[in-house]
Design a protein around this ligand. Structure first.
Ligand SMILES: [Zn+2]
Ligand SMILES: [Zn+2]
Length: 172
């Protein structure tokens, strides 16, 4: 009877990641990440400016444009990327606020597929699994390649539906 309505662990931890993401004050993207060892929640983080520093809702986003040379179908192409650099990404905050010992062999649940920089750091953080929901196509191929190389399980939760009330509501 209860089994039908009881959430599986993937849904449970991804729901928490989405809940955490509502703390973000960057209007461009709300990202939440949680550290899980076994079935135990060991840390939560969202994207935001360093503590005590004006955040995106106060000072506006700090937009940076970057060009990256990538290979598309055998051709080299310059791809323009725009992102807000005011915030520390959720995954990086998660690493700042958790202990290495806790991360060894643990999983990270993150609302969005990690960007290259975050993926790079996660790959060196001791964690052995990354579970994400929303895709980030710009970095996905090189991120996937690296995860494979590192032997880190990298999977997306398809068919997952985030709790409605956690989706992009910027509030105080
Ligand atoms: Zn921002
Ligand atoms: Zn990132």
């Amino acid at each position: 009877m209860c089994a039908d309505i009881r959430k599986d662990w993937d849904t449970y931890f991804m729901d928490i990641a989405y809940m955490v993401s509502t703390r973000s004050r960057c209007p461009r993207r709300h990202v939440g990440a949680v550290l899980v060892q076994g079935k135990k929640l060991l840390g939560t983080a969202y994207n935001g400016a360093p503590m005590g520093v004006p955040d995106c809702s106060e000072a506006g986003c700090m937009i940076s444009e970057e060009y990256e040379l990538t290979n598309q179908d055998g051709k080299e192409v310059m791809v323009k990327k725009q992102r807000c650099v005011r915030t520390i990404h959720a995954e990086q905050n998660l690493l700042l606020f958790t202990d290495r010992a806790d991360r060894e062999g643990s999983s990270v649940y993150v609302t969005d597929e990690p960007c290259w920089t975050c993926a790079n750091m996660l790959a060196n953080s001791g964690i052995t699994e990354i579970v994400f929901h929303r895709p980030y196509p710009k970095d996905t191929s090189k991120v996937r390649q690296m995860m494979e190389h590192k032997g880190i399980t990298f999977r997306s939760l398809s068919g997952y539906e985030p709790p409605r009330e956690t989706l992009m509501t910027v509030s105080d």
